[in-house]
Design a protein around this ligand. Structure first.
Ligand SMILES: [Zn+2]
Length: 435
């Protein structure tokens, strides 16, 4: 096994890692199978959750047709919000409670799938909203028991939410992004149909592909599970357990696929091979980060998206400013990987090589620069904004960006190097512009 020294036993460290995954059905046209899958899960009445933008597209219609053919009773909710909030989660939960369904089907991007997880949770186990939200913002209470079956159908090749037990939202009162994390939230089945990405705008494909890229690189370079303190009880082993040999497999293949296909998939919507491969990479990286956890680029992304002022990217609804999730992550990534490379240079070099960099002659001291350089060249080739200035920030914003992200311990603590407040501020500084 490559890099096995990375998992060398450590005094007081965990000696085991766990593997969790949704069941997955992957292939062109699988949305048409939805009715049979719903029925085999014993669901007679299903809540279909989507968003307004998507409900005008053919994908939910295909699912609804499949339900009708299978004789499943359907109640539709198309009010899921892009970039969900505590309010939009609660609205979906109220709907789910009143709808009295046996199970859920979500069809959309990560926001829709996360909304469905929350609706399932709060309709099964009603509680004050903050009860299950990550500490220290929320109570961090465990989900009391199993949820109702949930079939997740992603329509963007990015978040991997269909494979994870994570639901992310904006807590409006605190202007903070946070989440609910539990194995119980993981969808029962992911129906992944690459054809849904054929009509996506190229900007959406680019942002979500870089989200995948960062999921894979962050999981691969995360702190090794063997260095994380052993849990008091086996059941307390966190989902963000650090890099491990299982997640490494998915990361490696996802990065190889991205190195080959990312530019093709963004620049040519008719390149169905490239878009299908990106969907597969998103699935692999979703399984990987669902078992390893992300680190600093995602931790920093929370304030990059949360403090947005006036950035309105092409390809997204223009009603309000937004830094799309993948963009808010990747603008930090070259800066972070320069910083983390000394902790595990061979892993950074391997990542660069899988992404297509020429690493001949590169030594450990070059690892951060080589990986960052390769990410930057892919960003340029796909017209991703040039760092934080590219999405509307200036050096004056660094203190606010730092304060907004520093509390994200679940993520920052999963990085292979300790990140102090000063170091975090330096990472934002280095992320201002790359070319
Ligand atoms: Zn992400």
């Amino acid at each position: 096994m490559a890099c096995c020294h990375y998992y060398a036993p450590q005094e007081g460290g965990d000696e085991a890692f766990s593997i969790d995954s949704s069941s997955i059905v992957f292939g062109n046209g699988v949305l048409a199978e939805a009715g049979d899958h719903v029925r085999s899960l014993g669901i007679g009445r299903v809540a279909v959750i989507t968003d307004k933008g998507l409900s005008a597209s053919p994908h939910p219609a295909r699912v609804l047709r499949a339900m009708k053919e299978a004789g499943i009773e359907v109640t539709l909710y198309d009010e899921a919000r892009v970039e969900p909030t505590d309010e939009s989660f609660l609205a979906a939960a109220r709907f789910a409670t009143e709808a009295k369904v046996d199970g859920f089907l979500s069809i959309g991007g990560g926001s829709v799938i996360d909304t469905c997880k929350a609706a399932n949770l709060y309709s099964c186990y009603p509680a004050d909203f903050l009860t299950y939200v990550n500490a220290p913002i929320g109570g961090g209470q465990p989900v009391p028991g199993p949820l109702k079956p949930h079939i997740a159908c992603p329509t963007t090749s990015g978040t991997g939410s269909e494979c994870t037990g994570i639901a992310i939202f904006d807590l409006l009162a605190m202007k903070a992004k946070t989440g609910i994390v539990s194995r119980r939230l993981r969808p029962t089945l992911a129906l992944v149909d690459p054809r849904t990405t054929a009509t996506l705008p190229d900007r959406v494909v680019a942002a979500s592909a870089f989200d995948v890229l960062s999921h894979a690189l962050e999981s691969y370079t995360a702190i090794p599970y063997s260095r994380r303190k052993a849990p008091g009880r086996p059941n307390l082993r966190p989902m963000s357990q650090g890099a491990n040999p299982w997640s490494d497999l998915g990361c490696r293949e996802a990065l190889r696929i991205l190195g080959t296909y990312i530019v093709r998939a963004v620049s040519d919507a008719s390149d169905s091979e490239a878009r299908e491969q990106l969907m597969w990479a998103a699935t692999l990286a979703g399984i990987a980060f669902g078992n390893a956890g992300c680190h600093a680029p995602h931790g920093m992304s929370y304030s990059v998206s949360g403090l947005v002022r006036d950035f309105c990217p092409a390809g997204y609804p223009q009603a309000e400013p937004i830094v799309p999730h993948g963009m808010s992550v990747i603008v930090n990534a070259p800066s972070v990987f320069r910083f983390t490379a000394p902790a595990c240079p061979d892993r950074h070099l391997a990542g660069a090589e899988w992404l297509g960099a020429d690493v001949r002659g590169a030594g450990n001291d070059d690892a951060g620069e080589v990986l960052s350089g390769q990410i930057v060249s892919l960003m340029k080739a796909t017209e991703i904004p040039n760092g934080l200035t590219g999405v509307g920030y200036t050096a004056e914003d660094i203190p606010a960006l730092t304060e907004g992200s520093y509390p994200q311990r679940r993520l920052l603590g999963n990085a292979p190097r300790e990140i102090s407040r000063e170091a975090l501020s330096g990472l934002f500084q280095d992320a201002m512009a790359y070319w």
